[in-house]
Design a protein. Structure first.
Length: 518
């Protein structure tokens, strides 16, 4: 009943707000035309100020409980508004800001602090109750996540301040109510029509369910929208489980090349006191008699290793991916992708009090500084093999660390799905993903159906076969033309995950989104 009441109130708010925006936009049209005509007649310059925004209402459910898998099922409903404005200051300079506010209207559970683990906390019900899903989140947010000054001219660009930034391993991750944002500076330079350069330094990060910038990451901090994350369980955190291990962001550099049919980029990331990562990707559109089908091939490859104080342990990751695709018809595209991350291993003597379990991996690690086993380990529990009488244990590792996409499923792997991927699981292994995409002729209806199969682990330590099937469909209620879309959008994303080739446990996941863009 409470969920139905919240649904009704949130929907009413959404309709009132968006109808007001729609009405205002309609009423302004004649006035705007008159202003333009007057400015044209008097030869006055156009307004230097521009604005845009959206109202987004989102209902999110997860089925977690099934045979062999514990934990309450989850649900959350929230509605937010994003307001963006820019002022053209002249001379190539622009000032911009974006404010976001959301409120689920759920009384005592409307604040993020209400979801901190504590005895008797009614906002965190135990099974069989339905818990909040704070990846949405199910609490209030208020943040000025963009506030920047930007320059563009003579092939040179620079943005300084709070900003939404996009690159393969640090991106906007806009899959809930608001995007991720970063605090720092980004500089670009176009050398010529083929080559371009980019460099950036960001000191702080604001997650998708946060209202403030913090000097931690999804791998080193404690985020209420992802309470199972934070420092690795096998590494002792002197600040306590729920306190962040701070670090000062990351540096980034890119060299890009584009020519007819080919685009290639080389990236470098320096994640402070976590890892350095070199990443390459390229895409080639195949010419010739098959050109009408728009065939392409793409590749990606990377190498990562720990750096500085190695807050989350030893990292030695290498991997590559291949993808191919084509347009089957004018409206239907098909792609298939593959990723491979080889396992690494070290033979060590475990600290006193730490053992290797065939079923659960390392046991007793990370409870104190003396029991540290400092490695980035896979989440599937298959991370060690005891060597018996020798007194040694072989540690298996090799997964990629992704400080700004971990748990978001927005990393660049070709095989990452809606709810998971090899990077989110911090694992080694192989994956393949098939996707079929439909785009209507009027561009108002889009749908993507995908099927991914993963073989996390290795035969030496154990395999975790997992499959996922996803459907992503969205419909624009207004006509879609050139430029930014204005009007209503309805979108639904459904994902279903199984293990052991179709068996239990079963995980189901659904996102319903109603949005008005203005």
């Amino acid at each position: 009943m409470k969920m139905i009441q919240r649904f009704g109130v949130a929907l009413a708010m959404l309709l009132v707000v968006t109808t007001s925006f729609a009405s205002a936009a309609t009423q302004d049209t004649p006035a705007k035309k008159m202003i333009v005509a007057q400015e044209s007649a008097s030869k006055k310059p156009a307004s230097r100020f521009s604005y845009k925004g959206y109202v987004r209402s989102y209902y999110f459910t997860r089925q977690n409980a099934s045979a062999g898998q514990k934990g309450p099922n989850q649900a959350a409903w929230n509605t937010g508004i994003s307001l963006h404005g820019e002022y053209n200051a002249g001379g190539g300079f622009t000032l911009g800001a974006t404010y976001f506010y959301a409120n689920p209207l759920n009384g005592n559970c409307s604040l993020a602090a209400n979801y901190e683990p504590s005895p008797g906390n009614t906002c965190l019900p135990a099974p069989p109750g339905i818990a909040a899903d704070n990846t949405l989140p199910d609490f209030q947010m208020s943040t000025l996540y963009e506030a920047y000054v930007k320059y563009q001219g003579n092939g040179f660009g620079a943005t300084l301040g709070n900003q939404v930034f996009n690159s393969p391993w640090a991106n906007s991750s806009d899959s809930r109510l608001k995007p991720v944002a970063f605090q720092g500076g980004d500089v670009t330079y176009k050398l010529n029509k083929n080559w371009n350069l980019e460099g950036a330094v960001f000191s702080k990060f604001e997650g998708r369910a946060e209202s403030a910038f913090e000097n931690s990451t999804l791998l080193t901090g404690y985020y209420v929208d992802a309470p199972s994350l934070g420092s690795e369980g096998n590494i002792f955190n002197p600040n306590g489980k729920n306190n962040a291990m701070t670090n000062s962001g990351f540096g980034y550099a890119k060299v890009g090349y584009a020519a007819k049919g080919l685009a290639a980029d080389l990236y470098y990331y320096g994640f402070n006191n976590i890892a350095t990562l070199a990443w390459f990707d390229a895409k080639y559109s195949i010419p010739g008699f098959m050109a009408k089908y728009k065939p392409f091939v793409a590749v990606q490859a990377g190498s990562e290793q720990d750096t500085g104080s190695a807050l989350i342990g030893k990292i030695r990751a290498t991997g590559y991916g291949l993808q191919a695709g084509l347009s089957i018809t004018k409206n239907v595209d098909f792609t298939v992708g593959y990723n491979n991350v080889p396992a690494k291993s070290d033979t060590v003597v475990l600290p006193a009090g730490v053992s290797c379990s065939a079923a659960h991996g390392l046991v007793g690690a990370g409870t104190s500084a003396a029991t540290n086993v400092p490695y980035l380990l896979a989440e599937n529990g298959y991370n060690c093999v005891s060597n018996g009488a020798t007194g040694t244990t072989t540690i298996y590792y090799g997964g990629f660390a992704s400080p700004y996409t971990d748990s978001y499923a927005t990393d660049p792997f070709f095989t990452t799905s809606m709810t998971q991927g090899m990077v989110d699981r911090r694992t080694y292994g192989q994956g393949v993903k098939f996707a079929l995409m439909f785009n209507s002729t009027d561009k108002r209806f889009h749908a993507i159906v995908s099927r991914a199969l993963y073989a996390d682990g290795t035969a030496a330590v154990g395999l975790t076969p997992t499959q996922e099937t996803d459907l992503d469909a969205f419909y624009y209620l207004n006509k879609v033309g050139k430029g930014a879309y204005h009007g209503w959008l309805v979108r639904d994303r459904y994902g279903e995950r199984t293990e052991q080739f179709g068996g239990l446990p079963l995980f189901k996941y659904n996102r319903v989104q109603v949005e008005y863009d203005f």
